[in-house]
Design a binder for this molecule. Structure first.
Ligand code: SF4
Length: 387
């Protein structure tokens, strides 16, 4: 186990709190069953602390007692902020190497949405308008489903899993309410949507200061310290987008408090993490910010949207509000062209070859359907016809 770098008696309280959390984690790990742990790792401070403590627990046990597998799982939406996904990939590599060298039963994994459900295939291929608070089609497809798929596979193998999440009551009022809603007074709570998944929130009572204090004082057990993480937060200027495994957690994804979300996120008013990175010297990300802002600006432009949905129907809500259909085919081409220009200027892959192929497949399917011929009228044309 790693040693503290500073010897300050004032640290006793955080020391005690962490000791008691580790004791509880150890007790759970030593329960007489074989259910694996799955730790949702977003690369942010809270899930980093949970992984850190899990390492400590395993290192403190004799090899004969390290019987249960520990899976550390991150999700890559394929539109993550570039520096954040680099941090996740680099730190998972380090964790994997250290676990192998120390013979810890740790496995690492990164889940991703299938090509048919990525941000670009839905936005450019199917023409879904960029997500907003009322039509947030992204979180389930790009985050919840991939992570849930991984958890379900572990449940198939072992009947149950224990999902460790780095959620804390003091994160926000929304988080406090969600913790309260699912708190049954026991250590483990049933997952809302996944049968066989039991949720363990070991650091639920820690404050943000506690988390930073501990990460600042102790080196990462997989090597190095947590300074890179601290710098990432400083550069981004704040919060994070957490691991999301159920719809009731989804409001925290893409909320005003989350800043480590997808760089394409149009649910937030401003992408503060990208803005922070640009202000911290990563000027190249300015092009991503401009692209995101342009996506926001065209979302409700009637000339860019079909009047009807892809199946040819017109949507009127129960309150009588007319809802336009997806982006027109011309607009989808325009978005792809612009995206490819930004990609070429940046020299970093933003949309993959597989996604472009899938986009073309969706387009050709749509162009040959009879519903498309009815659906392709723009909102403007319909308004003009009405006039
Ligand atoms: S960060 Fe934004 S774009 Fe990404 S999944 Fe969450 S709400 Fe959607």
């Amino acid at each position: 186990m790693c040693e503290p770098r500073l010897d300050d008696p004032a640290e006793a309280s955080i020391e005690d709190a962490i000791r008691s959390i580790e004791a509880e984690m150890r007790d759970e790990y030593l329960q007489p069953h074989a259910y694996p742990w799955v730790i949702g790792y977003s690369g942010g401070k809270d899930s980093t602390l949970v992984v850190h403590l899990a390492f400590n627990v395993l290192l403190g046990l004799p090899k004969s007692q390290r019987r249960r597998e520990v899976h550390i799982v991150s999700n890559d939406t394929l539109v993550e902020s570039p520096l954040v996904i680099k941090h996740i990939i680099d730190s998972l590599d380090q964790i994997k190497e250290a676990a192998e060298a120390l013979r810890l039963p740790i496995k690492t994994a990164i889940t991703r949405p299938p090509t048919s459900q990525t941000f670009w295939v839905n936005l450019i291929g199917r023409g879904y308008p960029s997500p907003n608070r009322t039509f947030r089609w992204c979180t389930d497809r790009m985050k919840i489903q991939p992570t849930s798929g991984y958890i379900k596979s572990r449940i198939d193998e072992a009947q149950n899993v224990i999902l460790l999440l780095g959620v804390r009551r003091s994160e926000s009022a929304t988080r406090a309410a969600s913790v309260k809603r699912y708190d049954n007074g026991e250590r483990l709570n049933r997952h809302n949507d996944l049968a066989g998944c039991l949720v363990f929130r070991p650091i639920v009572e820690l404050t943000t200061d506690d988390v930073w204090e501990y990460l600042g004082e102790y080196d990462a057990p997989w090597g190095g310290d947590h300074r890179k993480l601290l710098k990432l937060y400083r550069d981004a200027g704040g919060g994070e987008c957490p691991v999301v495994t159920q719809k009731s957690d989804a409001p925290s994804c893409g909320s005003s408090s989350s800043r480590f979300g997808c760089w394409t996120c149009t649910v937030v008013d401003k992408d503060r993490s990208l803005e922070g990175f640009v202000e911290s010297g990563f000027a190249e990300f300015g092009a991503l910010l401009d692209f995101r802002d342009w996506l926001v600006s065209i979302r409700n432009d009637p000339e860019k949207r079909q009047a009807r949905r892809r199946n040819g129907s017109i949507t009127i809500t129960s309150t009588g509000t007319y809802v336009p259909g997806p982006f027109t085919m011309d607009t989808r081409h325009e978005i792809l062209d612009r995206l490819l220009r930004v990609q070429s200027d940046l020299g970093t892959e933003l949309v993959s070859y597989e996604e472009i192929e899938e986009i073309k497949r969706v387009w050709s399917e749509e162009l040959t359907s009879s519903a498309f011929r009815r659906a392709s009228t723009t909102v403007d044309t319909i308004n003009k016809d009405r006039a």
